[in-house]
Design a protein around this ligand. Sequence first.
Ligand SMILES: [Zn+2]
Length: 129
Amino acid sequence: MTKAPNQFCTAITCMDGRIQDSVADFLRGYYKAQWVDTVTEAGPVGALSEGNPQTTRSVCDRVSISVEKHDSAGIGVIAHEGCAAVPLPREEQIPMALNTAERMRKKFPSMEVIALYAKLNGEIELLKA
Ligand SMILES: [Zn+2]
């Protein structure tokens, strides 16, 4: 039997409007999903990589709905170029994104979690630990 196509995947991403389209396109392609449930914060990898309890709870509550109610196919954690909330170079944001992805794997052990770096020209980089 072939598996039905996935309907949903999940993004933990910045509120920055410049990256929404490219991130959604990438995740739809990566997880072969029709829709992207989008959990936004201002620079989520900042607070989440530090383990900020309030942000972690808020984000995880929303991700749980996507995972449990929408049977999400997988989660993407996104850092990006030119982030106003995390104004750090790519090299410093990458470990934060990878750390956040690892924290999300512990919160959602059944889920694949990938870390991405979105550039403002629309390119998306899949980050490797
Ligand atoms: Zn941002």
